[in-house]
Write a protein that binds this ligand. Structure first.
Ligand code: GLU
Length: 388
C-alpha cells in the first residue's frame, strides 16, 4: 500500500464531477440517462468566442505567456469589474487562472496558514471546505436553513468568528441553493467583516444569471473599507458556456495577487494562451449571448419548478439566481445519497446528493439542460417518488 501524503486523506473527491462523468459515460454507452448533475450549460460556446480563439491559434498565440495572464485580458477584466461591479481595480490587481476553481485554490494557498479558520455558510459549493483543508486551514461551517432563504445572517456570522478567523466565503448567487443576497443583506455582512477585520472572498461566478429582478451587489463595492478586505473570484464558464476552456480570475489587493502569481508560476504557469483570446472576445464583444442563455434558463426554471412542486413529498424554494433547484427530500425519509443512488438505478436520472453540499435532507438538480430532458427527467423523478 502506498503511504500517501496525509493531506490526501483529509479530502474527498468532487462528487459533482464524478456524477457528471458517470452520466456522460452512460450516455456514451447508449443508456437513456437524464442528467441534472453538473452545473454545465448545454449551449455551445458562442461562435464569436470560438472564432477569436481560432484566430489566436492561427496567429501563433501558442507559446508561454505571463503566468498572471495576457495583459490584454487582465485589462479587459479590470474594465469589466469597474463597469459592471463598480470595483476600482487596475490590471495589476487581476490574475487569470485555470477556471474559477483554481482562483479560489490559489487564494487559499496564498492566504491560509495552519489553523486559520475560514467561515463557510452551508449549503456550500462542495470544493470550498476541501480547498481550505488542502491549504491546512480549518473550515468552519455555519448551517443556514430555508427559513432565511439559505442565507447566513449577520448574527450567525458574528457568532462564528473567533480570534483565528481569517476569511469568510460568500457566494451569491449561490451554488447549490440559487439564493441571492439583497444589497441590504450584503451591506450588513460587510459591516461584520469590517468590525472584525476579516477577509472576504466573493465567488461571483453566477452574477449574470439572475431572475425576477434580483440584483447582484458585489460586496467590494459597498465601501472603501470593505473593498480593501475583498477578493473577487469569477470566471467565464457559466456566463459564456465556456466550462471546458478553464478561464477564470481573481481580483484583489496587489500583495495578494503577487502572492497568487508566485504560486501559479510554480504550478500551472499561464492559462492556455489561445483560450485567453476567446475570453477577451467574450468580454469585449456583444453580451447578447449572455442574455439569450439567461432567457432560456428563465423558461427552464419555470418548467422545472412547476413540475417539482406537483410532486408530493418534494419541496424547494424559488431560486433567484444560478441554474440549480435545491429540493428538500426529507419527507421521503431517505438520505440524499440513497435517494440519488436509487434514482439513478431505477429511473436513470442523475442528481447531486445534498450531503456533498452539507445538506443531507436535499438534492440538487441543475437545469442547465434542454427543456425536453427536463420534462422527461422530472416525470421520472415523479414516478420514482410515487414508488417509494
Ligand atoms: N461548479 C459546477 C457544479 O457545481 C461544476 C462542477 C464542479 O466544478 O464542481 O456542478
Amino acid at each position: 500500500m502506498i503511504k500517501l501524503a496525509t493531506r490526501v486523506g483529509t479530502v474527498s473527491p468532487s462528487i459533482t464531477l464524478a456524477i457528471a462523468a458517470k452520466a456522460k459515460a452512460m450516455k456514451a454507452q447508449g443508456i437513456d440517462v437524464c442528467s441534472f448533475s453538473a452545473g454545465e450549460p448545454d449551449f455551445d460556446t458562442p461562435q464569436h468566442i470560438k472564432e477569436a480563439a481560432k484566430l489566436a491559434l492561427d496567429q501563433g498565440k501558442t507559446k508561454y505567456g505571463p503566468a498572471a495572464g495576457e495583459p490584454k485580458l487582465r485589462e479587459a477584466i479590470a474594465k469589466k469589474l469597474r463597469d459592471d461591479n463598480h470595483l476600482d481595480y487596475t490590471p495589476e490587481n487581476v490574475i487569470v487562472t485555470n477556471g474559477g476553481k483554481q482562483s479560489l485554490f490559489n487564494l487559499m494557498l496564498a492566504l491560509i496558514d495552519p489553523g486559520d479558520e475560514v467561515i463557510i455558510p452551508a449549503p456550500y459549493w462542495l470544493s470550498y471546505p476541501e480547498m481550505v483543508k488542502l491549504a491546512t486551514g480549518t473550515p468552519v461551517i455555519v448551517q443556514t436553513t430555508e427559513d432565511t432563504d439559505y442565507k447566513i445572517t449577520p448574527e450567525q456570522l458574528r457568532q462564528a468568528i473567533t480570534p483565528k478567523t481569517k476569511l469568510f466565503v460568500l457566494n451569491s448567487p449561490s451554488n447549490p441553493t440559487g439564493t441571492v443576497y439583497t444589497p441590504a443583506q450584503i451591506k450588513a455582512l460587510a459591516e461584520v467583516i469590517i468590525d472584525h477585520d476579516l477577509w472576504v472572498v466573493s465567488d461571483e461566478i453566477y452574477e449574470k444569471i439572475l431572475y425576477d429582478g434580483a440584483e447582484h451587489l458585489s460586496i467590494g463595492a459597498v465601501s472603501p473599507d470593505i473593498f480593501k478586505r475583498t477578493i473577487i473570484s469569477n470566471g467565464f464558464a457559466k456566463s459564456y458556456s465556456m466550462t471546458g476552456w478553464r478561464v477564470g480570475y481573481l481580483a484583489a489587493p496587489l500583495e495578494l495577487i503577487k502572492a497568487t502569481n508566485i504560486i501559479q508560476s510554480h504550478s500551472t504557469s499561464n492559462v492556455c494562451t489561445f483560450a485567453q483570446y476567446g475570453a477577451i472576445a467574450a468580454l469585449e464583444d456583444s453580451q447578447d449571448c449572455v442574455a439569450q442563455m439567461l432567457q432560456a434558463f428563465t423558461q427552464r426554471r419555470q418548467v422545472i419548478l412547476d413540475k417539482i412542486r406537483a410532486i408530493p413529498k418534494l419541496s424547494c424554494p424559488t431560486p433567484m439566481g444560478a441554474f440549480y433547484v435545491f429540493i428538500d427530500i426529507s419527507q421521503t425519509k431517505m438520505n440524499s445519497l440513497d435517494f440519488c443512488d436509487a434514482l439513478l438505478d431505477k429511473q436513470q436520472v442523475t442528481a447531486i446528493p445534498g450531503k456533498a453540499f452539507g445538506a443531507d435532507r436535499c438534492i440538487r438538480l441543475s437545469y442547465a439542460t434542454d427543456l425536453s430532458s427536463i420534462e422527461k427527467g422530472i416525470d421520472r423523478i415523479a414516478k420514482f417518488v410515487s414508488s417509494l
